[in-house]
Structure formats: structure tokens, C-alpha cells
Design a protein around this ligand. Structure first.
Ligand code: UGA
Ligand code: MN
Length: 306
């Protein structure tokens, strides 16, 4: 009797083991909780899986306002496309596009409508006398962005968590950069690649404080930093209503210092990107396109926006 029971047990054992293994494999394959894409259209996933509970992890995040001056040229749409492809992946980013033009262009208007992220489309022309080589660019456009931001928040009660960043249309931005700048308390800084005649420029940090600048160009600048190298909290922008970019007496490369010294000091700066040891943004510049073979008069049978 005992041996019969034992042989039955031996017979069943492998089957029991197989069932246990199969069950285990199934549970390890169970779907992970779905992270819903930011701002994307909900639904339409087509599966039988019940919808994941609506989680809004970005709800408490400060908004990042990116002010981008832009002007009409053959590469404009390509530049804006690269930028939108980056910004679309950033939670709670509000893009303030400011055209250097007397009116909104059709190209940018159409582009903004299809960009797939929150956009404000402004325009202001640079006065002719300032459109000369050797003079700072995009002064009026950045100021228009600042004015819009101040106006928008004038009547809202504090706190309004937000971070402002000047994003030229030709630079290259990593997604990590936005995580870094999001925690800006007053003014934060980080290295910029491919600028100042060097592979990078960076704030030099000692004991968590900025104590100087690693740069190959005009080291005498109070803030030897490119426009792409800092972010400012919305509170600082609102509490310094007069801080703007100035034409009078401004030289190229001094716009950043002229602006920053109105709102902060070097000692106050918050170093980001691992104490300013990582390059997360590049001051890339797009080559001027060769249009030598472009016909003088329209020859194609269709009209194509490029
Ligand atoms: C460098 C800095 O990175 C800029 O932040 C600074 O504004 C500029 O110098 C300057 O000299 O003022 P750089 O690559 O030489 O940049 O300048 P661009 O990229 O040609 O222009 C900066 C921004 O202004 C771009 O977003 C561009 O689209 C815009 N821009 C330029 C205009 O809106 N209008 C113009 O006529 C030229
Ligand atoms: Mn540039």
C-alpha cells in the first residue's frame, strides 16, 4: 500500500512541477502598468486590456517656458522641426516662438498648428538699423517673450511654479537638460558644448558654488556663458519686471551678462549637470544652404513649402 502511494506520488510529481513552472512564467510575463504618453491622445490602443488608471505624474511639475527667436530663411522649417521633435518629448513645456518679422508668417503659423505641443506664436521685427553683422541678434524677440510671460502671470496668484529658458532655434538640446533646469530655484547654469572657440564652455564650480568660468573667449565677461547655458525661475522674472535685453551699449556676447546681472549674482548661481561637468546642450550652427541652382522664376508645376 505504502509503495503504491509512493509510486503514484512519483508519477504526479513531474506534472505538478510543470504546472508550477508554466504558472510562474505566465505571471512574469504579465504586462507592466502602462505609462500613458505625455499629453498624447488617449485611448485607441485597441487591446482588450482595461485602461490604465489615469495618472498625471506631471501635474505638479513647474512649467518650462522656452523662448525661441526665429527668422525666415531656407533652413527655418528644418530647424523648427528638430526643435519641436525634442520639445514634444518634454512634460509641461510651453513653447514661445517669436518671429523676427512684421507679421506672423504662414509657414510658422501652419507649423505651430501642427507642432503637437503648447505654443504661443508672437512676432516683432528687428529694426533695420540693428540688422547688421557684429550686432547682437534677437534682442527684441526675447523681450517680446518676456513681456508675454509677465503679462500672462500678472493677474495670477503666486505660487506659479515655472522656469524660463532661452532656446535659440539652431541649438541641440538633450532631454536630460530639461530635467536639470526644471528644479531651478532662482537662476541655474550648466556647460554649453561647441561654443566660444572651444569644445565647450562651463561654469567652474567649487563646493557647490560657481567660482569662475572655463572659456576661450572674452574671459572678462561677468557671466561668461552662452544664452543656452542658463535658466531663470518665473518668480525671478516676475519680481524683476524691468529686467530685459538692452540694445543700448550692448555688444555681441555681452547680452547674457547684461541680462543676468540685472537679476542675480555669480555667487547665487545654481550649478546643474553634475556640478557643471556634463554637456547637455550644444551651440550647433546650421550651414548656410547652397541654392546656386535654384531657378530665378518658379519652374516646378507645384508650389512646395520647404
Ligand atoms: C550666439 C548666441 O548663442 C545667441 O544666443 C546670440 O543671440 C547671438 O550669438 C548674438 O550674436 O546675438 P549665434 O549662433 O551666433 O548665437 O546666433 P543665431 O543662432 O544666428 O541667432 C540667435 C537666435 O536669434 C536664433 O534663434 C535665430 O533664429 C534668431 N535670429 C537671428 C533672429 O531672430 N533674427 C535674426 O536676424 C538673426
Ligand atoms: Mn545659433
Amino acid at each position: 500500500m505504502k509503495s503504491l502511494l509512493f509510486s503514484r506520488f512519483l508519477l504526479l510529481l513531474p506534472w505538478v512541477l510543470i504546472v508550477i513552472i508554466v504558472l510562474d512564467m505566465d505571471s512574469s510575463r504579465a504586462p507592466l502598468p502602462a505609462l500613458s504618453p505625455r499629453g498624447g491622445a488617449e485611448g485607441g490602443s485597441g487591446g482588450a486590456r482595461p485602461p490604465a488608471p489615469r495618472r498625471r505624474p506631471e501635474a505638479g511639475l513647474p512649467t518650462i517656458y522656452a523662448i525661441t527667436p526665429t527668422y525666415s530663411r531656407p533652413v527655418q522649417k528644418a530647424e523648427l522641426t528638430r526643435l519641436a521633435n525634442t520639445f514634444r518629448q518634454v512634460s509641461r513645456l510651453h513653447w514661445i516662438l517669436v518671429e523676427d518679422a512684421a507679421a506672423r508668417s504662414e509657414l510658422v503659423t501652419r507649423f505651430v498648428a501642427g507642432a503637437g505641443l503648447p505654443c504661443t506664436h508672437l512676432h516683432v521685427p528687428t529694426p533695420r538699423r540693428y540688422k547688421r553683422p557684429g550686432l547682437p541678434r534677437a534682442t527684441e524677440q526675447r523681450n517680446a517673450g518676456l513681456a508675454w510671460l509677465r503679462q500672462r502671470h500678472q493677474h495670477l496668484p503666486p505660487p506659479q511654479p515655472g522656469v524660463l529658458f532661452f532656446a535659440d532655434d539652431d541649438n541641440t538640446y538633450s532631454l536630460e537638460l530639461f530635467q536639470e533646469m526644471r528644479t531651478t530655484r532662482k537662476v541655474s547654469v550648466w556647460p554649453v558644448g561647441l561654443v566660444g572657440g572651444r569644445r565647450y564652455e562651463r561654469p567652474v564650480v567649487e563646493n557647490g558654488k560657481v567660482v569662475g568660468w572655463y572659456t576661450g573667449w572674452r574671459a572678462d565677461r561677468p557671466f561668461a556663458i552662452d544664452m543656452a547655458g542658463f535658466a531663470v525661475s518665473l518668480q525671478v522674472i516676475l519680481s524683476h519686471p524691468k529686467a530685459v535685453f538692452k540694445r543700448r551699449g550692448s555688444q555681441p556676447g555681452m547680452q547674457e551678462s547684461d541680462f543676468l546681472k540685472q537679476i542675480t549674482t555669480v555667487e547665487e548661481l545654481e550649478p546643474k549637470a553634475n556640478n557643471c561637468t556634463k554637456v547637455l546642450v550644444w551651440h550647433t550652427r546650421t550651414e548656410k544652404v547652397n541654392l546656386a541652382n535654384e531657378p530665378k522664376y518658379h519652374l516646378d508645376t507645384v508650389n512646395i513649402e520647404v
